[in-house]
Design a protein around this ligand. Structure first.
Ligand code: ADP
Length: 587
């Protein structure tokens, strides 16, 4: 999924977000530059004051002068650096805010197919991890690597001006050290951290899957089995992370040794030159002070490069989201759907899922009149669900067109299309919010009276009235605190409020108790009044009352008519289906 993300993409992504807040970023970096510059010149004044003091006779005035400059620079550094960081924090927190909001906005709108194939838990982790990785990424570039590079170049330049031999030696050491840091990070550490991040995602996804599937796990007493499934993922994570961390430690050791070689060499050279009268005591102090300052920056270079590498690989998923163009898109000229009475036309539609050799529908035509009540029946896999998904434009057709009230649904905005369709799914998902909010989802801003009226029409007010907090009762995560029948009635109330001209009902296959069944049927009668209705039917009551039953088989309508028409034809597919148990009527 992330295989197409390149460094160029990560660069484009970063520039996109930095560009939006560039003034703040540039201000912070400029201040950081000034702070580093003060750091670079500090050793010069240390050396100068030592030279003045060791001169015979001593030059106290110069020594004190150099000391004063040293003190001023020393005290100037913290406020400049802090000002830079204040500005930087504002920049970083805003870019992270932009990133996470965009990612959420975009992922939310990805196709249902995408969501069906993605683990919700893993997607959440990818977004939040990407946000934090971007924080590390930008911090590393601008508050880590940039000051370090400026410092290393500035310090070697300053050394070369005072003691050219040692400046040359330091430059050589820094180049070798940086080359080693870059190569070890990119070639040795990066692949290991990438494997470890993949194992981390996988482990999170397995965990989310097991926790979400907990009712099934319990039903089968399969906790032990799931422990093993999770353990396999956790062991893999442990193995890969261990390899990555230990390798990082080993390269860190190598870098520390290289810094020691540099320090010992610089100090040795300074003493040797001093002995041979080619450098002063002040120069030796200057060299050592320089090393201690630049060494601190160098120590972090390896870490910066590892961080850069790690954060770049952890950002791959959000960059991928950023780049991803959804299959179903609004066209540039898309206008809102202008609804009238909800007539639906399938005009020579051909559609197959990606990777399918034979399309589900070929050259499929159908007219559904405004206000007509249609029931879809047929064996499992015959195309009923696909049909309703096409009406909602969850997929684009490959040929032909679908029109609602005369407008091609591919040419209108998806938002307006979906607002024109109210959906009561098989297994309604409720938000972990109050019942009132859940019902008002169909019409944001609905008044308490409207909510109550919708609930009454959906035969939901009785059971809601018996709940401790009534409409303010919080529904458990995914609505598990309500029974299937109750959730359905909440979904019907939602759809009632939405008051859309087209209604899609996907009836629950599971058996409801007869009281629930009775209420739901009455609620649906209220809901369906005056609406064009397509029902994926599993219940006899619905089928009997439909204006027209469409019998699907292999993506074709093999028969259509009212229940009476079809059931009296003894040769019909419908009669055969009907003669089987009511529950076996459809798939
Ligand atoms: P029904 O609702 O009548 O049971 P569907 O519309 O779900 O039938 O399925 C029609 C055909 O399309 C079946 O062969 C099914 O396997 C296939 N199909 C359904 N959904 C997908 C999908 N997301 N990707 C690929 N094939 C699918």
């Amino acid at each position: 999924m992330t295989k197409n993300v390149t460094y160029k993409d990560i660069g484009g992504f970063s520039l996109h977000y930095w560009g939006r807040r560039w003034k703040m970023g540039v201000g912070a970096i400029a201040l950081m530059f000034v702070a580093v510059a003060t750091d670079i010149v500090l050793p010069v004044y240390v050396g100068r004051s030592v030279d003045a003091l060791t001169r015979v006779p001593g030059d106290n005035e110069t020594a004190i002068g150099a000391f004063v400059v040293f003190a001023v620079l020393g005290f100037a550094y913290p406020p400049i650096r802090s000002a830079s960081m204040f500005l930087w924090n504002a920049f970083a927190v805003n870019t992270m805010y932009d990133l996470v909001s965009d990612a959420m906005r975009k992922v939310q709108r990805f196709s249902s197919d995408w969501h069906a194939n993605a683990f919700a838990g893993a997607t959440v982790r990818k977004i939040t991890r990407g946000m934090w990785a971007f924080d590390v990424f930008e911090d590393t570039w601008f508050m880590g690597l940039f000051p370090a590079v400026v410092m290393m170049i500035g310090m070697t330049g300053m050394l070369a001006m005072h003691v050219p031999v040692i400046g040359g030696y330091a430059a050589f050491c820094i180049v070798v050290y940086c080359a080693f840091s870059v190569i070890s990070s990119l070639k040795i550490l990066a692949p290991r951290f990438r494997y470890s991040a993949a194992a981390d995602t996988k482990m999170g996804a397995v965990l989310a899957d097991i926790i979400t599937g907990n009712p099934t796990v319990k039903a089968f007493g399969a906790e032990g089995r799931e422990d093993m499934v999770f353990d396999a993922a956790a062991v893999n994570w442990r193995r890969r992370s261990f390899a990555a961390w230990q390798t990082a430690q080993a390269t860190d050791f190598a870098r520390t040794m290289m810094r020691m070689v540099m320090m010992v060499g610089m100090f040795g050279l300074a003493i040797w030159m001093c002995i041979h009268g080619r450098a002063s005591a002040g120069d030796t102090v200057l060299v050592l002070t320089s090393f201690f300052i630049v060494g601190g920056y160098m120590r972090d270079v390896g870490m910066h490069i590892s961080n850069l590498q790690r954060s770049a690989s952890e950002m791959e998923d959000v960059v991928h989201f950023w780049l991803r163009e959804d299959e179903v898109r609004d066209s540039v000229a898309a206008k809102p759907l202008a609804t009238k009475d909800g007539g639906i036309v399938f005009d020579r539609v051909t559609f197959g899922y990606q990777g399918q050799t034979k399309p589900v529908f070929s050259d499929f035509s159908l007219v559904i009149n405004p206000g007509e009540k249609i029931a879809l029946v047929g064996p499992s896999g015959s195309g009923k669900s696909t049909f309703v998904k096409l009406v909602q434009r969850l997929y684009d057709v490959q040929d032909g067109e679908i029109r609602i009230d005369g407008q091609n649904i591919a040419a209108v905005t998806q938002e307006s299309l979906r607002q024109a369709i109210a959906l009561v799914p098989q297994d309604p998902v409720l938000f972990h919010r109050s019942l009132a909010e859940n019902i008002a989802y169909g019409r944001p801003g609905a008044s308490p009276d409207e909510i109550r009226q919708a609930a009454a029409e959906a035969y939901a007010d009785d059971f809601i009235g018996n709940l401790p907090l009534k409409y303010e009762t919080l529904v458990g995560e995914r609505g598990v605190k309500l029974s299937g029948g109750e959730r359905q009635r909440v979904a019907i109330a939602r759809a009632l409020l939405a008051d859309a001209p087209v209604l899609i009902l996907d009836e629950a296959t599971s058996n409801l108790d007869s009281i629930s069944e009775h209420y739901i049927q009455k609620a649906l009668d209220n809901l369906m009044r005056g609406k064009t209705t397509i029902t994926v039917a599993h219940r006899l009551a619905t089928i009997r009352r439909a204006d027209r039953i469409l019998v699907f088989e292999h993506g074709r309508i093999v028969e259509q008519g009212t229940h009476q028409d079809l059931v009296h034809n003894h040769m019909s597919h419908y009669k055969k289906l009907y003669d089987m148990q009511a529950l076996d009527l459809v798939g």
